[in-house]
Ligand binder design. Structure first.
Ligand SMILES: [Zn+2]
Length: 67
């Protein structure tokens, strides 16, 4: 499962809380410059992208490594 959330500077902490609350994981925080993304909370221009990449192997359940 991947989850992404755009947020402005003001709401970054709330967003972090959301993530930790719902997913019990701390997300990656990436600064963005794209003017097209809007904050999830206030619809201002977003400054950060929070994302969670589920860690682990990309192949979910491969028991052996044949190629
Ligand atoms: Zn905001």
């Amino acid at each position: 499962m991947n989850k992404k959330l755009y947020t402005c500077e003001e709401h970054i902490e709330i967003a972090l809380d959301e993530f930790v609350d719902q997913l019990t994981l701390a997300p990656e925080m990436e600064k963005i410059t794209s003017p097209n993304e809007k904050c999830f909370f206030c619809q201002q221009q977003a400054r950060y992208l929070l994302s969670i990449c589920e860690e682990g192997e990309s192949d979910a359940h491969s028991t052996d490594h044949s190629r």
